[in-house]
Ligand binder design. Sequence first.
Ligand SMILES: N[C@@H](Cc1ccc(O)cc1)C(=O)O
Length: 313
Amino acid sequence: MDAYERVTRNTVEVVTDDDLRALLTKPVKRVYAGYEPSGEIHLGHLVTINKLVDLQAAGFEVTVLLADLHAFLNRKGTMEKVRELADYNRRCFEGLGLKNVKYVLGSEFQLNREYQLLVLRLAQEITLNRATRSMDEVGRQMDTPTVSQMIYPIMQAADIALLGADAAVGGIDQRKIHMLAREHLINFGYKAPVCIHTPILNGLDGKKMSSSQGNYISVADTEDEIRKKCQKAFCPPEIAENPILQIFQHHVFPRLPEITIKRPEKFGGDRSFGSYADLEAAYGKGEIHPLDLKKACGESLVEILAPVRDYIQ
Ligand SMILES: N[C@@H](Cc1ccc(O)cc1)C(=O)O
């Protein structure tokens, strides 16, 4: 697989494709993704983590921003609480394979003079309307937005500039913030970042992932919890659009070269697949029973998440 293919696989959009191709020819290239510290790291986070792993393999220097101030501005908890979670998140990310990357705590560089001046300059040219809309899919309780939630996207743009990132990775929910950054950073002598967007995966029940529903797999889940959650997942026969196949596409195949679906002899015996496309095609044709697929999904995830479980215990 060449670098371009590795960087773009499993993405929904790259802005822009030409900019990415140009960046790939550079000897030194930096990418970053930021995370609001969270009490639970789950397969949703893992989609962008996997993309950073791809980018590192493609020759990028990777920075992971533990965005403690952002979480605070977004009403996720006190400064002390989010700071604690940032340490936990870092250990999870390392366990998931993000080693030899730079971890930066937001509050460690966001309070300096140069950074704050850039934030104020950006604030002076970004309208309230644009700032609000950019937070549509990121902000908490946006029916009553706070001033801090208007500062949030502006700081995210400033992060890109002052971390020296040539590219930013995020879920497609980050799109409006990234477009704001691309539009305005160039007015202050900074480059417009290449933006690499991953899909937002559904929960195991096929609905939106949500902590109140618990419809996702967390890296802290036990082996049995992982197996049970997979067995209960929404996975209609022959319909390829289902959360279990999404897990195979975004989490399993990027990390395991081949998977085996175990089946009793009377149903044709075990079948192995070396690519997601082959597995999806076979499932779509009804060649694989949902229960066998779910079991293989559970076992694969147990294997993939084993290292991180050791890391956080
Ligand atoms: N906005 C991101 C977090 C983030 C914060 C600051 C950044 O520079 C980048 C990303 C989220 O929704 O989780």
